[in-house]
Ligand binder design. Structure first.
Ligand SMILES: [Fe+2]
Length: 230
């Protein structure tokens, strides 16, 4: 069983097409989306549609919910995303779970539920994520996104992983995702960070075609350098 988990496409179709080519090569059984299809980049409509067409399981991110709740204050995104896509985004759950190779992973976008699930957090803080929303203490893994930095970290009692970001990666401006390979029941588990180069200059130039894109210069600097610029 091969599962690709990805998140934070953020309107960057150049990066999305690059990770899609790598996914085609890997041929996973399923693709799971951990939130933030939209916002920041110039083509939120297209990255949202890519998620809808290609991902088998989806949860919402803070930008998916935030833009939907502030359409009046974000006219560029509101017009581009449109009511039909917002309705789809609004219907996404905030949490999911994945059982693989004897692990039960809790899946959340990250900051939308709790600001603690960040890549720079101490183990003790990440371990707060090893607890399901219903309070059951039997989760033995956490997979999140939101910080735009991928990681795989062993904790006492489980693993914490972050998908990184497809379209707005911070630290290294490459398209990131996670590949999990395992089986039903206790079995070896392989946890791989996918790091895919893409044409960063083409992604930055794509934004120039959209004069009304909010904070365009920050987005362009981020896709060119990986330095957080907002
Ligand atoms: Fe994000």
């Amino acid at each position: 069983m091969k599962i690709v988990l990805l998140a934070d496409l953020h309107g960057n179709m150049v990066a999305t097409e690059a990770i899609a080519r790598e996914i085609d090569r890997i041929r996973p059984d399923e693709i799971w989306f951990l939130g933030d299809a939209v916002g920041k980049g110039p083509e939120s409509d297209k990255t949202c549609d890519w998620v809808r067409q290609n991902c088998h399981r989806c949860i919402a991110g803070n930008w998916d919910r935030g833009l939907s709740q502030n359409r009046a204050g974000q006219p560029f995104y509101a017009a581009q995303i449109g009511e039909e896509r917002f309705a789809w985004l609004d219907a996404l759950p905030l949490e999911d779970e994945l059982e693989l190779s004897g692990f039960r992973f809790r899946l959340v976008h990250g900051r939308f539920l709790d600001p603690l699930y960040q890549s720079f957090d101490a183990d003790s803080q990440l371990m707060e994520g090893l607890r399901f929303h219903d309070g059951r203490p039997d989760a033995n893994g956490l997979i999140c996104a939101d910080s735009h930095r991928p990681f795989v970290r062993p904790l006492v009692g489980g693993y914490a992983m972050n998908t990184g970001s497809v379209g707005n990666s911070i630290s290294l401006p490459r398209a990131h995702a996670l590949l999990l390979e395992g089986e039903k029941g206790p079995a070896p588990l392989r946890m791989t960070i996918l790091s895919v180069p893409y044409d960063n200059h083409a992604a930055a130039e794509r934004a120039d075609l959209f004069p009304d894109l909010p904070m365009k210069a920050a987005y362009q600097r981020e896709v060119l350098t990986g330095i957080y610029s907002r």
